[in-house]
Design a protein around this ligand. Structure first.
Ligand SMILES: Cc1ncc(COP(=O)(O)O)c(C=O)c1O
Length: 416
């Protein structure tokens, strides 16, 4: 009998005693055993505990809790900017707490339309379509545009892209990290009529930049669309923060689709797809993650608009975030810890096993610094790491404290 075939038999009733191994036996009979569904989950949780892979939700304090934050994605330090907060409050008073429905029914306000225009103008894209998260923007873009064809996806892509590939039901070719030649081979060998290539612009954990110009060249040559996720590059990459596609001189390429999140450098919440009118029309008509989701709340839309005002008026902000990232990476390297040259605000420090990353995060906390701690499944096995994010508003005192924490981690690493 195959393992997954459950033998027919009576169902355990409430009151039947669970056996110690998580199965139930019906009282006084030798009838069929069934697995206690929660026991199965407890067993799996115990295994994760033993492997150092349990996660805990730690509510943060509403304002400054005394810790230096290099864990959040608030790259420009805008999430608590009074202008974003006031814009959100005014939008709630005017439009209500929620958007009340799908974008196609009652969930679109004048604010949504304005944000779409402003995002497109900022990134120099033809059109934009706002989603309630960056995750859903990726689901819609990749699953809708890839459906029925070939999706070529970098092995380092974000989980939302991996999930979108699965949802697309397309054939998916996963290519080695940042390898345009491998992308070309996958495209050349395809039997499917259409194809999309998808990549993070700045990879979310390693912080390195995709070879966007080369990927675009290869995708164009093979008649494929290129989807670039600008979650970690919008507001940070390029002199004016217009993102990696713009910095590569490709903002007007009709066969590039960009996805963005409003929750990182823009300090708000939500996401968007940027691209040609044909792309936006297709997503409005057929993008399930767009159609069957409640529109982004007006407060978030208004905050994102206020953030765009600030970024446009302060072109120094992206450079400050990137400068602090370079300083962080230098501090990491000076202590003999491995890191890459950051392309944007993300600096990762690989420590290996999950316990080493947890211990390093604890050392940071002892020094008054909140650092991101990434373990499988967020990173491949054996590559647990600290993920440090630079903010435009990190001070030199903050950087000095982080330097001391890094020294302590480097000393600890010897004994791990
Ligand atoms: C590369 C990347 N894409 C997409 C997302 C999802 O964006 P959001 O948090 O707005 O859903 C994230 C968020 O962590 C990300 O890192």
């Amino acid at each position: 009998m195959e393992d997954n075939v459950v033998p027919a038999g009576p169902v355990a009733r409430p009151g039947d005693a669970p056996a110690g191994d998580g199965t139930y036996s019906t009282a006084g009979t030798s009838e069929t055993m069934r697995t206690d569904p929660l026991e199965r989950l407890r067993t799996a949780a115990a295994a994760r505990e033993a492997a150092g892979l349990r996660r805990a939700l730690r509510p943060r304090t509403p304002t400054h809790d005394g810790l230096i934050d290099v864990a959040s994605n608030d790259y420009l330090g805008l999430s608590r900017d009074p202008r974003l907060i006031e814009a959100a409050v005014a939008a709630v008073r005017r439009w209500g707490a929620g958007s009340t429905g799908s974008r196609l029914v009652t969930g679109s306000t004048r604010l949504h339309a304005e944000l779409e225009e402003r995002l497109a103008a900022f990134a120099r894209a033809p059109r934009a379509l706002v989603f309630s998260s960056g995750y859903l923007a990726n689901l819609a873009a990749v699953a809708t545009l890839g459906a029925g064809g070939l999706v070529v996806s970098d092995e380092g892509n974000h989980a939302s892209i991996i999930d979108a590939c699965r949802l697309s039901r397309a054939r998916v070719a996963v290519t080695p990290h940042n390898d345009p030649a491998a992308v070309g081979k996958a495209l050349a060998a395809r039997e499917e009529e259409h194809a999309v290539v998808v990549t993070d612009a700045v990879f979310s954990v390693d912080g390195d930049l995709a070879p966007i110009a080369e990927l675009h060249e290869v995708a164009s040559r093979h008649g494929a669309l290129l989807i670039v996720d600008e979650a970690h590059s919008l507001g940070v990459v390029g002199e004016d923060g217009r993102g990696a596609v713009h910095a590569a001189g490709l903002a007007d390429a009709p066969d590039i689709v960009r996805t963005v999140t409003l929750s990182k450098s823009l300090g708000a919440q939500g996401g968007a797809v940027l691209g040609a009118p044909e792309i936006v029309d297709t997503l409005v008509d057929t993008g399930r993650a767009f159609i069957f989701d409640t529109g982004l709340a007006p407060a978030s839309v208004a905050s994102a608009l206020a953030a765009l005002d600030i970024v446009s008026g302060h072109p120094d902000l992206p450079g400050r975030a990137r400068g602090n990232a370079v300083a962080l990476a230098r501090a990491v390297r000076e202590r003999g810890l491995p890191t890459l040259e950051p392309a944007a605000a993300v600096v990762r420090v690989v420590l290996g096993p999950p316990d080493a990353a947890l211990a390093a995060a604890a050392v940071f906390a002892e020094h008054g610094v909140r650092a991101g701690c990434f373990r499988p499944p967020s990173v491949p096995s054996g590559r647990s790491c600290l993920r440090l994010t630079a903010r435009a508003n990190l001070s030199s005192d903050d950087l000095a404290v982080i330097g001391r924490a890094l020294t302590a981690v480097a000393e600890m690493k010897v004994s791990v």
